[in-house]
Design a binder for this molecule. Sequence first.
Ligand SMILES: Cc1cc2nc3c(=O)[nH]c(=O)nc-3n(C[C@H](O)[C@H](O)[C@H](O)COP(=O)(O)OP(=O)(O)OC[C@H]3O[C@@H](n4cnc5c(N)ncnc54)[C@H](O)[C@@H]3O)c2cc1C
Length: 544
Amino acid sequence: MTSLKASTIRIGRRYRPNRLDPNYDAVVIGSGMGGLTTAALLSDLGWKVCVLEQHYTAGGYTHSYDRNGYEWDVGVHYIGDVGTRTRTRLMFDFLTAGKLKWAAMDDEYDRFYIGDRVYSAIAGKQQFRDNLVARFPKEEEAIGRYMQLLDQVGKSMSVYSVSRLLKPWQRFLAWPYLKLKIPALLFRNTYEVLSELTGDQDLIAVLCGQWGDMGLPPRRSAFMVHAMIARHYMFGGYYPIGGSWNIADMIIPKIRKAGGEVFTYAPVKRIVIEGKKVAGVEMADGHRIDCSCVISSAGVENTFSRLLPAKSVTRAGYDHLLKRVKPSMAHLGVYIGLKETAEQLGLPKTNFWIYPENDFDSAVDGFMDDPQAPFPVVYISFPSAKDPDYERRRPGTATIEIVAPAPFQWFEKWQGTTWGKRGDDYEAFKAQLGDRLMQHLYEKLPQLKGRVDYFEVSTPLSTGHFCAYNYGELYGLDHDPVRLQQTWLGPRTRFRGLWLTGQDVLTCGVTGAMMAGLLTTASIIGVRKSSVLLKRIFDPNNNQ
Ligand SMILES: Cc1cc2nc3c(=O)[nH]c(=O)nc-3n(C[C@H](O)[C@H](O)[C@H](O)COP(=O)(O)OP(=O)(O)OC[C@H]3O[C@@H](n4cnc5c(N)ncnc54)[C@H](O)[C@@H]3O)c2cc1C
């Protein structure tokens, strides 16, 4: 195979020990949305923060890359709740000083192909509901009840999130209140909840048509996350203008303004624990950065199984707790380039979700056991069509991205080989999977046949290499009901001065990781300072 050219999209500053400041107020491991949010909020309060990122560019799953004249995002296809001045939007505005702009997708933001039937999710609460009722007229009552359940989950989400801030004794005292405000519904299985509303399997499938946004089909996921995702996109999908790499690029100035920095090529080897306290981090090159406040945004699996000393993990009782959570599923990505514009090619601003049938769980089971079975879901996204700035940056071209599940185990035998040089058998397996995914694209958009200029396939090993998820996890920990009830999954750890943030603290998604960043900051600075900060972020008159 011909060697792949390295991407030129690089943000952050290359790490060198002599570029470090002798004293930081906090060290953040990982520059994903969780880490950058925490770093930027602390910087806003005057803290000097050092962010350490192992990749060649900052942003974690929000990073983008370019090759052969095309540009793709790896972990952002659409973000909800940013069309008006919602809390999500105010947070993004605060972090990026209002510089990050958003482009709305089509009103039909998601389209679901289920067998030979086609359904849509339409922006706007009423429109969403009316569209469903028009397709399932006999299920009007069930749809109404479903909308009420979404509201019920929505109302309890802030209590659920804030409960993550509590120390064990505070949680004990607050238990009767928490029990009242966080209904058991949140932790029930999605399929069970929906099947009590309706027996129509196609309706259940349409309601769960975004299961790929959290990586678990309905019989395995918690209703809380299902509802959060449905609510998140209900007012439409939005794309960060200029590409998802702009998110990090526009947050970093806030960190630098306070004297901090985001270092790339900066793998942390170990978190240094002395007694029960954090003392700093040791870099892969052996350099030690002393700091009494370390925030890990590298994910629970990395933090507890790789970065912390095993003895300390066991002594603090985390070895038992870790048995209650498991990594989320891994994925394949196909990154496609075409030498015509999205407009010329007729590409939509709508995501496609393609399912072989309406029993999503059975389809996943069948596929995990047999690589030749139909893909249980194929997701297709059209970034250049969504981005009004794409044509200026990459004139006369268009891009498409495909995502589909793929178990890490299929690729395990190539673990330890070098990226770009994993061998012919790996390339052949990848090509075969990639070709099958391309067939799904051609089936839905036959006009693209013969017009694709370039495509490449990523596997769970690519995710491990670039994003440091060792099992190629799409979304950190699995979002099953057990995980969501783990009260230890919060910002606070059992080591003084060590904090967690990112998608494992609350839920996945760019917004989930961003809100985790806010929670972690609040935990670190305490109630009084947090209320001032919250006012600055969410009071529209004080914003920026
Ligand atoms: C294919 C795909 C599509 C997605 N689509 C969407 C979408 O459309 N909308 C949406 O909202 N969300 C989407 N997501 C999810 C979303 O991108 C993530 O949930 C979110 O960005 C996670 O942020 P994070 O900060 O928790 O973690 P990450 O972004 O993963 O950041 C963690 C960082 O830690 C670094 N790190 C790990 N170990 C070390 C170490 N030892 N030293 C230094 N650095 C280290 C990693 O390199 C990484 O950069 C998608 C994800 C994927 C994979």
